[in-house]
Design a protein around this ligand. Structure first.
Ligand SMILES: Cc1ncc(COP(=O)(O)O)c(C=O)c1O
Length: 384
């Protein structure tokens, strides 16, 4: 039997390719991972069991559980000053699903979306499903990897229908500051573009960086689809709960599409997300403080390596060191490190053409492992 050409040509994540290769090695240290290195809060686990014991085992509303939508609308009203209600909230299977639905509901086949590059590689597959073209917009190290409206402007084409902004960024760890976001918002309004704001790392911020949602700028409420989830902030990636905040018409359209795609999102997991959003929040601050320690150890260690230079990331849990000084390409270096030391990193080019010459090195893992991985890298590459 023949498999469809469409599925055969579907983009395969460059990050997965590295992980599959890493499976062949023993005693690896994984700096490639993009998953919180913490356990989910016990209050969240308890709430999941309680929901199941109380009968949350049936189909629920396509748009998501009402109390969860209320909690999400409250969060955005309080934290970002958005004038939103539950009509503006839709629940999905993670931010991944929210992003796909945002693309499907804002663009038609043949339209184009501007995405600052390097970017989260899953966008490629999503754009494939939505049959839209990605235009890679360069993001530069000299700008501390902040997204600049002028670079978006240079890449605009008559087919551009939307832009996607991810801040804090995976893989860059950068947080685009409010003054740049304001210019991006003005650019979107001037060219009447949709904006997909991918914000699952919003709570992981360091050195005083501030997360301001693109949806909060003037003229943006009607054109922005904020995509977020509980995966990173609450170490709940396996629960698969995400959501969007968007104009009511777009949420209604999502309900229509979702009804035949997945019907509804898992009921007990939505109760778990409700507990995460409305329960004690100290856990998040503790986690961020621990990531911050790991971040400093990682950046200091990377900057000691011969041929490496690494900015201090302002958010998320990734560093994106420039490895041009090693004389190797990012692909060569990532595989050399894996083969010789068992340290797993991801070549920057797995995140698009402007990622060449960099590695993505995450610091989700425990401090002892970070120190051990850095030590192995230093023994192989030498120090300055
Ligand atoms: C930038 C970015 N967006 C979206 C996601 C998807 O997150 P989830 O589907 O777990 O909410 C990820 C996950 O790594 C990510 O890095």
């Amino acid at each position: 039997m023949q498999l469809s050409e469409r599925s055969k040509n579907y983009a395969f994540s460059g990050v997965r390719a590295v992980f599959e290769k890493a499976l062949q090695y023993k005693d690896t240290i994984n700096f490639g991972i993009g998953e919180p290195g913490f356990s989910t809060g016990q209050n969240v686990i308890d709430a999941t069991y309680a929901a199941m014991n109380n009968g949350a085992t049936k189909y629920v509303s396509n748009a998501g559980l009402q109390p969860l939508r209320v909690a999400i609308a409250n969060k955005y009203r309080k934290e970002q000053g958005l004038d939103c209600t539950t009509d503006n909230v839709h629940v999905f299977n993670g931010a991944t699903h929210a992003l796909l639905m945002a693309m499907l509901c804002t663009m038609d086949p043949g339209d184009e979306i501007l995405i600052p590059c390097p970017y989260y590689s899953a966008y490629i597959g999503m754009a494939d499903v939505a049959c839209v073209g990605i235009v890679d917009v360069p993001v530069y190290e000299k700008d501390r990897f902040h997204v600049k409206a002028a670079n978006l402007e240079k890449c605009l084409t008559p087919k551009t229908k939307a832009i996607l902004i991810n801040s804090p960024s995976n893989p860059l760890g950068s947080v685009t500051p409010p003054e740049d976001l304001k210019q991006i918002a003005e650019f979107a309004v001037a060219h009447d573009l949709w904006v997909i704001a991918d914000e699952p790392y919003e709570a992981l911020l360091y050195d005083g960086a501030k997360h301001v949602s693109l949806g909060s700028f003037p003229g943006m409420a009607e054109r922005t689809v904020i995509c977020n989830s509980v995966s990173k902030t609450y170490a709940m990636a396996g629960f698969r709960i995400g959501y969007c905040i968007a104009p009511k018409a777009l949420c209604d359209q999502c309900t229509r599409v979702q009804s035949s795609m997945i019907s509804s999102v898992s009921a007990p997991m939505q109760y778990a997300a409700l507990e995460a959003l409305t329960g004690p929040q100290d856990y998040v601050a503790e986690m961020v403080a621990e990531y911050d320690k790991r971040r400093k150890i990682m950046v200091e260690g990377l900057n000691r390596l011969k041929g490496f230079s690494c900015l201090y990331p302002e958010g998320a849990f990734y560093t994106f060191p420039n490895i041009a000084g090693t004389g190797m390409s990012d692909q060569e270096l990532a595989f050399y490190l894996l083969e010789k030391t068992g340290v797993v990193t991801v070549p920057g080019s797995a995140f698009g053409k402007y990622g060449e010459g960099y590695l993505r090195v995450s610091y989700c893992t425990e401090t002892e492992k970070i120190l051990e991985g850095l030590d192995r890298m230093a023994k192989l590459l030498g120090t300055k």
